[in-house]
Each structure stands twice: as structure tokens, then as C-alpha cells.
Design a protein around this ligand. Structure first.
Ligand code: MN
Ligand code: MN
Length: 265
């Protein structure tokens, strides 16, 4: 059975508006193993069973080479046959994570949940900003398909970038049926918590109304086909949270993603 490995990446130095996401990983874990709920997923997987998943702890990142250290840590987990599930951190971490994945899986399909396309060529002079990871991934040829779900912040530049990189974009106003994505081969899920409506997940840096319900997001996760080789859950910002609501939602997304990975032989 595939084994998901949780890896905390406490990094928010590339967040353009607010810091705080670096504090997220232990809080998502804590919410998941809380006595408030059991560890079964909706898909019937018991994450409380022995060896269902491993927890690789949180990275202790340097200030000078954080991206290199993230890439190396993910590569090590992949070499051990694990399926890494990284807890951010801001969304910039997806670039070094996917660099590691692309060496093992050159034909990667990325399913990206987000209010924002994160396709800026550069943002405020920074090409590694959390507004840019998917521009770096696509120009580097690190994924063969990029599917973005839940967008509601497109502007002219990012529409041009999407056309240039042939990104399959589904705006919130025109969400497709979950079964039309036709996903095959190795799949990577990048889940930005702000894809959800801030009513369900207020603990984020960029509140963008008009987003998915937790049920809509869970429905899309459950419908993903292909082999899910790894994932990230990013942009939970505890500083902005209300009564741990967003930590609980993040832990639900983590559980359902790990359940899908375990079923994804
Ligand atoms: Mn994002
Ligand atoms: Mn976002």
C-alpha cells in the first residue's frame, strides 16, 4: 500500500502581504489527531491503523538555502518510496517540491486548487514570490498538465501566462463536473486553502470571497483519478484564524488527501 509521509515546511518568507503561514504545520497536525474526531476518511481509510502514514516532522530551514533544503528533503522521501504530503508555509514552496517530483515523474499532472493562479512572471520584483510558483514550474517544463480549479482573481497578465503555458483553468463561476478532468498517470495535488470561501476558512492571508465550500473541494479531491504521488496544503495562516476553524478544515483536507493516496495504488 502507498505510504503518505507528512512533511512540515515552516516557511513564509515569500508571502507578499502577511507572514504567519510558517506557524501552520503543527496546528494542522494537532487538529487531525485531536480527540474531537476519529481518523477514518470519508473514503473508508483508517489513518489510525498501524503504519498507515508516517510523520517526517518539520524541516529546520536555513535563511540562505531554504528552497534547496526543501527540494532535497522531498527528494529523499521520494527515494524512500514515500508519497510526500507537505504542509506549508506559503505557496512558494510548491516550486522546489515539484522540482524534486519532476525528476522522478517527468510526466506529472498537477491539480491546483486556489483562488489565485499564481502565474505571475514576477511579483514586486521577486520571481520566487508565492504569486509565481506555477510560472516557474511551467517554464521549467516540470509538469505536463496544470489544471487550476476555483480561480476568481484572473487579470490580464495572468490570462496571458495561462495561454502561454497552456494551463487548463476553471474559474469559480464555471467549475466543471468533477469527472470531466480525465486525469491519468502520476498526479500531484497543490491545495491552497484560499480556494475555499473565507466563510469556511478565514485563516488565510488573502481572503477572496466567492470560493468553494468544503464539500465542493472534498468532492473534487474524491473524484481525482490517476496515481496520486504527493501533495501540498499551503497558505493556512494561523494569525488570521478564528477559533482554529481553518486548522480543522486543513486537517480534514489532509485526511482526505492521505486517504486518496493510500487508495491510489
Ligand atoms: Mn496560491
Ligand atoms: Mn491563493
Amino acid at each position: 500500500m502507498p505510504t503518505p509521509a507528512i512533511l512540515g515546511i515552516p516557511f513564509d518568507a515569500k508571502s507578499s502581504f502577511l507572514r504567519g503561514a510558517a506557524q501552520a504545520p503543527p496546528l494542522i497536525r494537532e487538529a487531525m489527531i485531536s480527540d474531537a474526531a476519529n481518523l477514518w476518511t470519508e473514503t473508508g481509510v483508517d489513518l489510525g491503523a498501524e503504519d498507515a502514514y508516517v510523520d517526517s516532522g518539520d524541516l529546520d530551514l536555513s535563511e540562505t538555502n531554504a528552497f534547496g533544503e526543501i527540494e532535497t528533503a522531498v527528494e529523499q522521501l521520494l527515494e524512500e518510496g514515500m508519497r510526500p504530503v507537505c504542509l506549508g508555509g506559503d505557496h512558494s514552496i510548491t516550486y522546489p517540491i515539484v522540482r524534486a517530483f519532476s525528476r522522478k515523474y517527468p510526466q506529472l499532472t498537477i491539480v491546483h486548487f486556489d483562488a489565485h493562479p499564481d502565474l505571475y512572471d514576477e511579483f514586486e520584483g521577486d520571481k520566487l514570490s508565492h504569486a509565481c510558483p506555477f510560472a516557474r514550474i511551467m517554464e521549467g517544463g516540470l509538469a505536463s498538465r496544470l489544471i487550476q480549479l476555483g480561480l476568481r482573481t484572473l487579470n490580464g497578465h495572468q490570462r496571458e501566462q495561462a495561454a502561454r503555458f497552456k494551463v487548463e483553468q476553471y474559474e469559480m463561476e464555471r467549475l466543471p463536473r468533477a469527472d470531466v478532468l480525465n486525469l491519468q498517470g502520476p498526479v500531484y495535488i497543490s491545495f491552497d486553502m484560499d480556494v475555499l470561501d473565507p466563510a469556511f476558512a478565514p485563516g488565510i492571508s488573502h481572503r477572496e470571497p466567492g470560493g468553494m465550500t468544503v464539500r465542493e473541494a472534498t468532492h473534487f479531491l474524491h473524484a481525482i483519478t490517476g496515481q496520486i504521488m504527493g501533495a501540498d496544503i499551503v497558505e493556512y495562516n494561523p494569525v488570521r484564524d478564528v477559533d482554529q476553524m481553518t486548522a480543522v478544515v486543513g486537517s480534514k483536507i489532509l485526511k482526505e488527501i492521505m486517504g486518496k493516496i493510500i487508495l491510489s495504488t
